[in-house]
Ligand binder design. Structure first.
Ligand code: SF4
Length: 260
């Protein structure tokens, strides 16, 4: 029985009650489908999946979650600077799964002020400007949207980069209102994700076939040489190997002060 059908027994938020009851260490051995089944049973309809539509992990998870419960919610951050291929994929997912993908936009006033002060392509000017753009177009809209939920699913994998090496399958996201953050693919490899994509004919971003392993905003993503670090095409003019947009760091202040 879902905790949502029970009265809170000691006044805690439902998500805290759920966390009290689950053995998070034991959950590290659960399969992706078992993690997702647990998430749907305990958090739906206050569960969503954050998908960039620019990485195969999110697409595999949309497929898995659709099979667990077709009414599970999906959102994408539209920064206003995405590739046309990414917009095409959003519509393909809407058609394939008959799903209303929730498109989340940045605050128009914040974008206008930033562009007025620093220009359309400020991200190339300095690291601080790049972080400002990611904050206004990604981090803050995501935080506002997630305020409507108790839990969200991501496609993080531990072997993607150093920032993600310690990701657990069930976490608390302190940067986003202590939401429950669920990473069902934490222990998957890229090859395992692609095997799932192929076996289930899951739609993916067509730029992956053009050496774009990770597709972000159009001005901040380029193709990479075969065998290169998959994320080396993101913010390529920045040399730090921990480049991130701040969405998946434990604390936004850490994200803004860490040089990423
Ligand atoms: S990836 Fe580039 S365009 Fe997109 S929000 Fe970040 S800095 Fe701005």
């Amino acid at each position: 029985m879902s905790l949502h059908s029970l009265a809170a027994f000691d006044g805690k938020p439902f998500k805290d009650e759920v966390l009290d009851l689950v053995d998070r260490d034991a959950a590290e051995a659960w399969s992706a489908s078992k993690i997702l089944t647990w998430a749907v049973e305990n958090f739906h309809p206050r569960l969503t999946i954050s998908a960039s539509f620019g990485a195969p992990e999110g697409m595999a998870l949309i497929d898995m979650l659709h099979k667990a419960d077709p009414s599970t919610r999906v959102f994408v951050l539209d920064t206003g600077r995405l590739h046309p291929a990414t917009y095409d994929l959003i519509d393909r997912v809407r058609d394939r799964y008959d799903k209303n993908v929730e498109v989340v936009f940045p605050n128009a006033d914040e974008v206008q002020e930033m562009v007025r002060e620093a220009g359309m392509n400020l991200f190339y000017a300095s690291h601080e400007d790049r972080k400002r753009c990611c904050r206004i177009r990604k981090v803050l809209p995501m935080r506002r949207h997630l305020a409507n939920f108790d839990a969200y699913v991501t496609g993080l994998r531990r072997d993607q980069n150093a920032n993600r090496a310690n990701a657990r399958k069930i976490e608390v996201d302190s940067a986003n209102g202590d939401l429950v953050k669920i990473n069902p693919l934490a222990d998957w490899t890229h090859d395992r994700v692609m095997d799932y994509i192929t076996a289930n004919a899951v739609p993916i971003n067509r730029l992956h076939q053009q050496n774009f392993p990770s597709v972000g905003c159009e001005p901040c993503t380029r193709s990479v040489a075969p065998g290169a670090d998959p994320r080396s095409g993101r913010w390529w003019w920045e040399s730090d190997d921990t480049r991130e947009c701040g969405l998946h760091l434990a604390d936004l202040d850490e994200a803004e002060g860490s040089g990423i």
